[in-house]
Design a protein around this ligand. Structure first.
Ligand code: GCO
Ligand code: MG
Length: 404
C-alpha cells in the first residue's frame, strides 16, 4: 500500500519560550517533526497549519516532498509571507525527516552527503558597556568559539538590542505586551567602532568578529558604519538596514568592503533575488523555518552560490532545536556554506527537544542518527503551556516609531 500520511498535529509549548512543532505521522508509524515557530506570532501559524494545511496532507505519500511543497505554495494562490512560509517549512522539514527515517540515513546524506567535517558556528557575546562585552567575548573564545558576535550597551540609551542579563541565553520576546526600546543613531554610530577597536586590541586577529545592527540604519548611515569598521576586519555586519528595498544596498556596497549579511526575516527567494544577483551581499541569513524549509532554502543557496554569496543561517533561540537539527544537516551539505548562528537554548528547551547535535571546538555536528536527529518529548512539553510573548518595539528619542 506504501507510505501514507495518516495524521498530523501541531504541538505548542513554552519550555523557556514558545515553540510550535508539526508532527506528521504515517500509516507505518514513522513520524517526522518540523519547526513552525514564528516569534510573537506563533498562534497564526498554528491556525494556518490546522485550518488550511493539515486537511490537505492526509492520505498523501510523504515521499512526494517536492509536489507537496508546490501544492502548498503554488496551489495556495495567496503566496509567500512569514505565516505561510513557516507553515510550509514545518511540513517540508517533517517530510524530509520521514524520508531520512525511512531510508535509515542522516538527513545530510539524503541531500548529497557531507561537504565538510563540521559546521562553524558563532556565539553571542554581549555586555552593558565595552569592558563587559570585551570580557564576554573572551569567555566565548575560552570555551572554543572561533567566531563571536559582539553587542554592547550604548551610553545614554536605557536598553539596546542584543544586550541581556543572562550571558549565554537571549530572549527578546520578553513581555505580555510589547516593551519599548529607545534608539539614537548618532549615539550608536559613535560608540560601535570603539567597541571593535578594543576587541581587536584585547583579543587579537584570530577570532572572527560579527555584529548585528538589527535594521536600525539608513543606507548612507550604514555605509558610514561599514567604512569605520573596515580596519577591524569584521566577518560580517548584519541587517544593517531593513531590506524591503533591495536596491538600497547599492549605496552601502559602493562605499564599504565590510562584508554584509542579511535575510533572517526573508521568506522566499524573491526577497533576496536582486541582493544576490547584483552581488550586494556576502551572506544570506535565511533559514529552514522561515524560508519554506529545506526544499526552498536549497534553491536560495544554489542561486547564492552562482554569485559568491555564502550561507549564514539564522539560529536564535526562537528557532526550535528541530530547526537547528535540520539546519545543521543542511549546513554540512551546502557547498557554499559560510557560518551558522548558534544561540544556546535553555536547559529546559533541550529537555523537551532531545537531540543528537553537539558542540565541539567552535563547531556543531548534527550527529549520525538517521533523520534530522531531533525529537519532542510530548508529555514533558504538555507541562509548559503557551504564554503570550511579544518582541519589543523601538522609538526614537522624540517618540517616533522606528524599526526594532
Ligand atoms: C539574530 C536575530 C535575533 C532576532 C530574533 C527575533 O541575529 O539572532 O536578530 O536575535 O532578534 O530572532 O525573533
Ligand atoms: Mg539578526
Amino acid at each position: 500500500m506504501g507510505l501514507k500520511i495518516e495524521e498530523a498535529r501541531v504541538i505548542v509549548c513554552c519550555p523557556g519560550r514558545n515553540f510550535v512543532t508539526l508532527k506528521i505521522i504515517t500509516n507505518e508509524g514513522i513520524y517526522g517533526l518540523g519547526d513552525a515557530t514564528l516569534n510573537g506570532r506563533e498562534l497564526s501559524v498554528v491556525s494556518y497549519l490546522e485550518d488550511h494545511v493539515i486537511p490537505c496532507l492526509i492520505g498523501r505519500d510523504p515521499h512526494q516532498i517536492e509536489d507537496i511543497w508546490q501544492f502548498l505554495y503554488r496551489g495556495a494562490y495567496w503566496r509567500r509571507g512569514p505565516i505561510t512560509m513557516s507553515a510550509i517549512a514545518a511540513v517540508d522539514t517533517a517530510l524530509w525527516d520521514i524520508k531520512a527515517k525511512a531510508a535509515g540515513l542522516p538527513l545530510y546524506q539524503m541531500l548529497g552527503g557531507k561537504s565538510r567535517t563540521g559546521v562553524m558556528v558563532y556565539g553571542h557575546a554581549n555586555g552593558r558597556d565595552i569592558e563587559e562585552t570585551v570580557e564576554e567575548v573572551g569567555r566565548y573564545i575560552e570555551i572554543g568559539y572561533q567566531a563571536v558576535r559582539a553587542q554592547c550597551g550604548i551610553p545614554g540609551l536605557p536598553s539596546t538590542y542584543g544586550v541581556s542579563n543572562d550571558k549565554m541565553f537571549y530572549e527578546p520576546a520578553d513581555a505580555d505586551l510589547p516593551s519599548e526600546n529607545i534608539w539614537s543613531t548618532s549615539r550608536y554610530l559613535d560608540h560601535v567602532p570603539k567597541l571593535f577597536e578594543k576587541l581587536r586590541q584585547v583579543h587579537g586577529w584570530d577570532v572572527h568578529l560579527l555584529h548585528d545592527v538589527h535594521h536600525r540604519l539608513t543606507p548612507i548611515e550604514a555605509a558610514r558604519l561599514g567604512q569605520s569598521l573596515e580596519p577591524m576586519r569584521l566577518f560580517w555586519l548584519e541587517d544593517i538596514v531593513p531590506a524591503e528595498n533591495q536596491e538600497g544596498f547599492r549605496i552601502i556596497r559602493n562605499h564599504t568592503t565590510t562584508p554584509l549579511a542579511v535575510g533572517e526575516v526573508f521568506n522566499t527567494i524573491w526577497d533576496c533575488k536582486n541582493l544576490i544577483e547584483e552581488q550586494l551581499i556576502d551572506y544570506i541569513r535565511s533559514t529552514v523555518v522561515h524560508a519554506g524549509g529545506i526544499t526552498h532554502l536549497r534553491r536560495i543557496a544554489d542561486l547564492a552560490g552562482l554569485y559568491h554569496v555564502k550561507t549564514g543561517c539564522h539560529g536564535a533561540t526562537d528557532l526550535s532545536p528541530v530547526c537547528m537539527g535540520a539546519a545543521l544537516n543542511f549546513d554540512l551539505w551546502v557547498p557554499n556554506f559560510g557560518i551558522q548562528e548558534y544561540m544556546r537554548h535553555a536547559e529546559v528547551t533541550d529537555e523537551v527537544f532531545p537531540h543528537h547535535y553537539y558542540f565541539s571546538n567552535g563547531f556543531l555536528h548534527p550527529g549520525e542518527s538517521p533523520v534530522h536527529g531531533v525529537d519532542l518529548d510530548e508529555k514533558l512539553a504538555a507541562k509548559y503551556p503557551y504564554q503570550r510573548a511579544y518582541l519589543p518595539v523601538t522609538r526614537l528619542e522624540d517618540g517616533t516609531m522606528w524599526n526594532w
